[in-house]
Design a protein around this ligand. Sequence first.
Ligand code: ADP
Ligand code: MG
Length: 271
Amino acid sequence: MENMFVLNNIRKTYDAKITSRPALVIEEEFSIPKGKVVAIAGYSGSGKSTLLNVLGMLDHPDNIQDCRMEIMGKELSFTKRNKRWKFSQNGMDFMQFRREHLGFIFQNTFLPRSLRVYQAFMFSNGIKGLSPENENIKKALREVGLSYEVKNKNLANARVNALSGGQLQRVAIAVAMSKNPDIILADEPTSSLDFTSGKEVLTLLHDWVRQGGTLVWVSHNLYQVEQYADIIHVMIDGRIQKTIDNEQKATTENEKFKLVETLEDLLKNAE
Ligand code: ADP
Ligand code: MG
């Protein structure tokens, strides 16, 4: 099976002066296979976001000399000079790589609220000169179920702060998907949404994976994880404590309940 990420020997401590407890420790090979919904599940503070940020090259481990990190078959090395990840292979710029291959969705979309929706596409994807009438934007919005005309207005021209949480998260998904990434990294994409919007967002992401994408999805919602993930990594105290193959989906309500119970037990016993 092709791996999108392979990590090993990773350690991240935020402020060694305040706490010696690392936020993230990976001591055995950890990989993310292509074409799966991979959930990182755990309670708040367990290190899920830290792991996602390392995967997305938004943050780097402490042990830059001897950590191991491979993205889509490319080994990363670290240049100390500008404190940035850089690919050791063929000198490709990691920012360019990230822009081309990775999509990000966060809990609260970080888009400036005064932005208009079509500008969000430019802002996030680093492109210029798109108009609100751009066909690709219309298509991207339609694909996430945002009809182009809302109250006779072009949604692409609406301000970000005029949208509901669910609409905003769909815009974030449309933006992430519009550049056709290989991998989407999503950090609690549904935690600010109501039950129905949450389901819609997860269904969109799940369907995108079934069409060939790879999703790494951070969540503390065990019920959602049970329902949508193919693989569940349970994180406790900065470490992946257990990995569950969830593809042989439970068929009865009883079995489903058992998985959530198992996850809950794992987390509770670790407290
Ligand atoms: P999760 O996403 O599972 O809630 P995080 O990865 O955000 O967990 O945090 C893991 C640990 O690292 C927590 O103890 C948290 O307080 C700490 N932490 C996270 N981000 C920072 C930061 N920017 N500065 C200092 N400590 C941080
Ligand atoms: Mg988090």
